[in-house]
Design a protein around this ligand. Sequence first.
Ligand code: SAM
Length: 435
Amino acid sequence: MAGDDMAKDSASPRSEAQDGSRGGERAGSRKGEPDGSQGGEWGGSSDGERVGSHSQDGPGVGPWRGWRAAAERALYGPNGFYRRPEGPAGHFRTSVHASPLYAQAIAALLARVDAALGRPAELAIVDVGAGRGELLTGVLSALGDDADGIGKRLRPYAVERAARPAGLDPRIDWLDDLPAPGSLTGLLIANEWLDNVPVDVAEVDADGVPRQVLVSANGTERLGDPLAGEDAAWLADWWPLDAEPGLRAEPGPPRDAAWARAVCTLDTGLAVAIDYAHARGSRPPYGTLTGFRNGREVRPVPDGTCDLTTHVALDACAAAGARAATDRRTAPPHRLRTTPTDHGPEVTDDHGPGTATDQGPGATPRIRTQRDALRALGVTGRRPPLALASTDPAGYVRALSAAGDAAELTDPAGLGGFLWLCQPVGPAALADVLA
Ligand SMILES: C[S@@+](CC[C@H](N)C(=O)[O-])C[C@H]1O[C@@H](n2cnc3c(N)ncnc32)[C@H](O)[C@@H]1O
C-alpha cells in the first residue's frame, strides 16, 4: 500500500503520508477504477453497500454513523485519539515539531502584527488546536528577553481539547474553548487544526446521487441518505460532484463555522490558518479522508486508535471567515448568534450569506503557500558561506543545520506546500504584514 512506502520514521508530516500530494488521491483510492465498483477494503460498490462490509449489522459492526459524528467521538470522545498522553507529536510531525525556526517565524509575524496594530496595551497570541503547547512555548522562547518590547504586553492563549500539559510555561493560559467573540487584539494561529475538525463524507451512488457515507466502528462503510441541507448546498457552491459513481467529497460547513468562530475571537488582529488544503477547481475526486498512527498512514477507522484527517477547503473557510469578520465589525451584536450544536457553537449569520468580495476595508483574506509566507518572514534555506567554516566552525554548523530546517519547512513538495490563510480583522495594514 502506498502509505507504507511513504512512512519515513515514527513522526513524519501527515501531508507526505497522503500520497505525497496535498489534495491528491488518497492512498488506496479508486483512481483508475472508473465504474467505482472496486476499491478494496475502502472501496464503494454501486449497490450502496461497501466492499468487504457486512450487509447486516453484526459482531464487530457497531452503530452506523456519518463520518463527522464518528470522527468527533473517535478523536475527542472520552477515549479519543487526541486525549492520549503522547499527543499529536507521538504520531506525526507538524511544522511546529520540525524546527524552532517555525516558532521564531511566528514570533516575527507577531511583532509585525503588533506594529500594524500600533502596539496595543495587551497583545494576544492565540494558538487554536495547540497540541501540547509547543508553538507558544517556542514563541515565548523566541521573544526571549523581550527585545521588541512585547513581553509584558503579551497574553498567550492555548485553545485545546486535551488537558494542559504538566510543566507548561505558567504565562500560557490553557483554554478548552475559544475566548469570547471580540475579546482579543492580536494574532490567532491555527496550525493543522482545521483538518481535524470532523466533516462528513459524501459519495456518488450508482444512480449519480451524492449520499452520505456511513461508517461502523470497525471502519466498514456503506451509503446512507441522499445528501441534503447545508451539506448539499455547500457542495453545490464549493465542491460540485459529477454524476460519476464513486466520486467523493467532504462537505465543509463545520470547518467554515469553526473558522468563522475563531476569527470572531479577534476584535482586531490577524487570524492565520495553516493546513494541507485544496481549492475550487482542483478538488481531489475521491476525497482525502485518511488515518494516521505512529508515523504511518493507516486505514481510517473511527475507533480512537488513529488520527482521522481530511484536507481543508481553505477557500471556503476564507469566505466564511471574511463574512464573519465583516459582520462582527459592522453589525450590532444581536445579528451574530452562536447556536449550540452537537459539535459546539456555530456562527449563524442572520442576514444571509455574503461573498468573499463584499468585505470592508482590511477584511480581504489572502491565501499563500507556506513557502512564500515563511520567506516573507525571513526563513530561507540558504546555505551559510563556506568561509564561515574556518572562522567560526560551531557557527557554521549551526547555520547549516538552520538552513536544513528552513529547507524542510519551505519544501514545495512537503510542508512548504501547505497553505496559509491570512484573515485580517480591522486595520487594512494587517493585510500587508506578509508583503
Ligand atoms: C494535528 S494537531 C495540531 C497540533 C499543533 N497545532 C501542531 O501544529 O503541532 C490538532 C490539534 O487540534 C486539537 N483540536 C481539534 N479540535 C479542537 C477544538 N475544537 N478546540 C480545541 N482544540 C482542538 C486537537 O486536540 C489536536 O491537539
